[in-house]
Design a protein around this ligand. Structure first.
Ligand SMILES: [Zn+2]
Ligand SMILES: [Zn+2]
Length: 381
């Protein structure tokens, strides 16, 4: 098969910047050294680029998972130009196609089915047909003046953010070159590869608790390096959720920043998937896999029946829990507004608490059942 033509701008950029970084950064460090201020510039710009891509390019513009004040959008537009990952319109349009046609080698611009190298960076180095611009899926973004402004002045912005700003930050501290090498070059190379890990590793290594319809995986370690984007199986299942790590202990700084900005009114309409929907997705997948296992290993019919009955009970409890929860939340809202303390409300609260307990017990029973099934010679207890 004939290879796609090389994109020389990208090829040179993505070969020369790492090559220069590997040689020049340690060399300058060896002869002149870097101080705390210069490392702080590196870390701050690294975080600025990272969050602009994850909270801005990704969750805001590609997925519309929340809305943001023009100040926030402008800051993310600058940070995105600093990260040098193309303008917002091109990035978001390609990313929407990635979700829509995930793993389709003809349509997904960074399909992981084409291997690690292709999904990581190979797709940028050649003009592949699957990577051609098609903004028909991003008409909404064309109405965002900040998106179009960033696209129009992209070249000037990227030069300013990658050379002008690090040079200035170096200049005020008395070492322009150190500023450019750490805040410009090293930061650029690392921040780019950190983002690309989501397209490669997060589609190859990790767990698939919510869906097996795509190659996307949850990878906790990756979340640590990617500002929370490692929970990629969840993200591909519920792409419009502003969170990727849904538990409070999940490492998702992007989610924390979006929530913090909401507290001061700079972001709003944060979309989140409800707990019952998430539990249901997980439960359905577990049930399907368990019944498949029963068939494959010819496990007794009693097992299949037990699984089916527990699964249905779980779904039923989940439904009841949702109803009780909604009733209690509504009552609580009214209580706040009208300062009422009726017996009804107390009953609703107890009802919800009870359902919470029932759901917990149900979940424990289900997990015990799955654990027993995972044993070499599964026994029903
Ligand atoms: Zn996405
Ligand atoms: Zn993906």
């Amino acid at each position: 098969m004939e290879k796609a033509p090389i994109n020389w701008t990208n090829m040179l950029l993505f070969s020369l910047t790492p090559a220069f970084a590997i040689v020049l950064v340690p060399l300058y460090g060896y002869f002149y050294g870097y101080d705390l201020y210069e490392w702080a510039v590196f870390i701050l710009l690294m975080g600025f680029c990272g969050i602009s891509i994850t909270a801005g390019y990704h969750r805001l513009w590609s997925h519309k998972a929340y809305k943001a004040h023009p100040i926030v959008r402008s800051i993310f537009a600058l940070g995105g130009a600093c990260a040098l990952q193309n303008d917002i319109l091109t990035w978001a349009s390609a990313h929407r196609r990635h979700h829509q046609c995930v793993d389709n080698n003809e349509r997904d611009p960074y399909s992981a089915s084409r291997g690690f190298w292709f999904s990581h960076i190979g797709w940028i180095l050649r003009n592949y047909k699957s990577g051609q611009d098609d903004f028909s899926n991003a008409k909404d973004l064309m109405n965002d003046p900040i998106v179009m402004w960033q696209r129009k002045y992209y070249l000037s912005l990227l030069l300013f953010m990658n050379i002008g700003l690090p040079a200035f930050l170096g200049f005020i501290h008395g070492d322009i070159l150190a500023g450019i090498l750490l805040g410009g070059l090293l930061r650029l190379v690392l921040s780019q590869h950190v983002t690309y890990l989501i397209n490669s590793i997060a589609h190859m290594w990790g767990r698939q608790p919510y869906s097996e319809n795509s190659s996307a995986r949850d990878n906790t370690l990756l979340a640590f390096f990617t500002y929370g984007e490692g929970y990629h199986n969840y993200h591909h299942t519920f792409q419009w959720d502003y969170r990727n790590g849904i538990r409070w202990w999940h490492f998702d700084p992007t989610k924390w920043i979006i929530s913090l900005l909401a507290l001061i009114g700079l972001t709003h309409d944060l979309k989140r998937c409800n707990t019952a929907q998430i539990e249901k997705a997980r439960l359905e997948l577990q049930y399907r896999k368990a019944t498949e296992k029963c068939e494959r290993f010819d496990i007794s019919e009693t097992w299949r029946l037990r699984l089916e009955s527990e699964y249905e009970q779980f779904l039923h409890t989940l439904q009841l829990w949702t109803e009780h929860r909604q009733a209690w939340y509504e009552a609580r809202g009214k209580q706040l507004q009208e300062s009422l303390h009726s017996l009804d409300q107390l009953q609703l609260k107890h009802g919800y608490r009870e359902m919470q307990f029932r759901l917990k017990t149900q979940k424990r029973r289900w997990q015990h059942l799955l654990r027993s099934l995972a044993e070499p010679h599964p026994q029903l207890t």
